[in-house]
Design a protein around this ligand. Structure first.
Ligand code: ZN
Length: 286
């Protein structure tokens, strides 16, 4: 039995790709208040989490990232810009990672960077080159693969438990590979896979059902939860982006602080790096 992994992708409300807000010049940051609330809550509950930080937010909150590190949370990389891998090349991606590492080590000397999560879960077969870039830039694990497919992202037949990632085929375990993939959780019914927790799914599905499904899945494999600061911000600016995109982005936000507090009551959590270490100890399966 595992503990679920708690992760946050630290980006601003204008970064989600569905909105296209960044392209329209929307850039007034507002994550500070949410981050303060979140860090106080995690301190109070004595929970450690992994924060995948976007490079563009690093310089906005240097004091808060220092606090995140000194509180014992894990800091990891969510890229520098929020441009999905679909719109990058291996060269531009490598340049982003190097820029991130440069700013990160200057701001947070001594803090070790081990993990990565791609914008919009954009690591898939056509962007498999990113696995080679991550490995050669010294990353030890990735948590970007959603093992199902929707209209935007996903790798429909990817492994469900942590596995070794290779650019040859990002869906299958690559024995001998050095980069460990921590895929997002889904329910698995033969060929049908359904996400049930994290981000949008945690905003729309009944909370008690999520708790039940997390417990059930943890008996089989790890469960990685992901959230964004703007999902806990009831005053988040609403960007006109079409009915479907607006529903996906904003539905349920007003309930999310309470939902996270409830999940923190129900489970003991671990960081992504702690899960990687558990997997290393229990190889070949995790
Ligand atoms: Zn993101």
């Amino acid at each position: 039995m595992y503990n679920p992994v708690l992760t946050f992708d630290i980006e601003e409300w204008f970064h989600p790709v569905l909105l296209g807000a960044s392209e329209r010049g929307e850039q007034k940051p507002r994550a500070r208040e949410v981050l303060l609330w979140l860090l106080d809550l995690l301190d109070e509950r004595k929970v450690k989490a992994t924060f995948f930080v976007l490079g563009e937010t690093l310089e906005l909150y240097p004091d808060l990232f220092g606090r995140i590190a000194s509180s014992g949370h894990e800091l990891a990389c969510h890229g520098f810009t929020h441009k999905p891998l679909w719109h990058q090349t291996s060269e531009s991606f490598r340049a982003e990672l190097r820029l991130f590492k440069d700013r990160f080590t200057t701001m947070l000397p001594g803090v070790v960077l081990r993990g990565f999560r791609a914008s919009t879960f954009s690591l898939e077969q056509k962007t498999a080159w990113a696995a080679d870039v991550l490995e050669s830039e010294g990353f030890l694990y990735d948590s970007s693969i959603f093992p199902y497919r929707n209209h935007v992202y996903g790798v429909p037949r990817a492994e469900l438990s942590p596995y070794r990632l290779s650019s040859n085929d990002v869906a299958q375990d690559a024995p001998g590979g050095r980069l460990l993939e921590l895929p997002m959780p889904v329910l698995n019914f033969g060929r049908i896979r359904i996400p049930f927790v994290g981000g949008f799914y945690s905003r729309v599905l009944p909370l008690k059902l999520q708790v039940f499904l997390i417990r059930r899945t943890l008996k089989l494999r790890p469960v990685i939860l992901y959230f964004h600061p703007w999902e806990f911000d009831p005053g988040v600016p609403r960007v006109p982006s079409g009915k479907l995109n607006e529903w996906i982005t904003y539905t349920g936000i007003e309930k999310m602080r309470g939902r996270l507090e409830y999940l923190l009551q129900k489970f003991d959590f671990m960081t992504a790096w702690e899960l990687v270490q558990v997997c290393e100890r229990s190889r070949p399966s995790c």
